[in-house]
Ligand binder design. Structure first.
Ligand code: MG
Length: 264
């Protein structure tokens, strides 16, 4: 008699555990990557935690953001290589943090940004490692420190790494061969990416229009296809027709509507 009670409770515990794990990894599958977060409609600062939270609220599959390294080796989230007139690469974190974003946030460290992103399991975190104006070595250090932080925070499941700097992506692949990586610069054929262990091509959409053969080649090689930065409905529709895995946009609300209506 004891077993009849014990076994169901035991199974329920396992099922709860499995469901909890699945919930964490049930990222949205709508192809919409919000570029620098979802900032435009609500006039939020690009790359702010508020813009990340808005992308999550919309249910985007991903939210992109940019990372630079400061002179004292902090990783900070900002698009431009300058923040409030200060070149990030030769400024300390405390100098940058003294100037608030327009919505009152302090410029985020990568640790703070990831901590905000890990509170949810809908939207993946698309981390762009920016090339360094100081040196190629500084960009590689950004990559090393980012991968180490992601590991320490147990954030691998959320992460996609992107960069215009090919050496950065190769470094990430070397440090963490399972990491999802996408190259941005548009100057390499899919087979070259595959040979170097890069898992996707995230190119300006005009590159794919110029090289439509790369779309099928990438698919055959099992590479992920993403395109930036797509803000108009006709180009979004073209990429949806080509069955891209992701589309990066400043207009996530518009793309979400198109994805819903799209029938291939
Ligand atoms: Mg970017």
């Amino acid at each position: 008699m004891k077993n009849t009670v014990f076994i169901p409770l035991f199974l329920i515990a396992i099922m709860k555990n499995v469901m909890a794990q699945q919930q964490v990894h049930q990222f949205a599958r709508n192809k919409v990557v919000a570029h620098r977060g979802a900032w435009k409609l609500n006039n939020l600062p690009e790359n702010s935690i508020a813009s990340l939270q808005e992308a999550v609220k919309l249910g985007c599959t991903g939210s992109e953001f940019d990372v630079h390294i400061t002179s004292d080796d902090s990783l900070v989230v900002n698009h431009d290589a300058e923040y409030a007139g200060m070149p990030i690469g030769i400024s300390t974190y405390s100098q940058l943090a003294a100037v608030k974003l327009p919505n009152g946030e302090t410029i985020s460290t990568l640790q703070q940004y990831l901590a905000a992103g890990l509170k949810q399991g809908i939207t993946k975190l698309v981390l762009e490692i920016k090339p360094s104006k100081v040196s190629g070595e500084r960009a590689l250090l950004s990559a090393e420190k980012s991968v180490a932080l992601v590991k320490a925070m147990n954030a691998d499941a959320w992460m996609i790494y992107i960069s215009f700097d090919y050496e950065v992506l190769k470094k990430i692949h070397q440090l963490h061969p399972q990491a999802e990586t996408q190259y941005l610069n548009g100057d390499k054929a899919p087979e070259l990416l595959k040979a170097d262990g890069i898992s996707g091509a995230d190119y300006h959409y005009s590159v794919f229009q110029k090289h439509p053969e790369w779309i099928d080649e990438a698919k055959k090689l099992g590479l992920v296809l993403n395109a930036w930065t797509v803000n108009d409905a006709p180009t979004m529709a073209w990429l949806l027709d080509k069955n891209f895995d992701a589309i990066t946009t400043n207009e996530p609300e518009l793309l979400l509507q198109l994805v819903k209506k799209h029938v291939k």
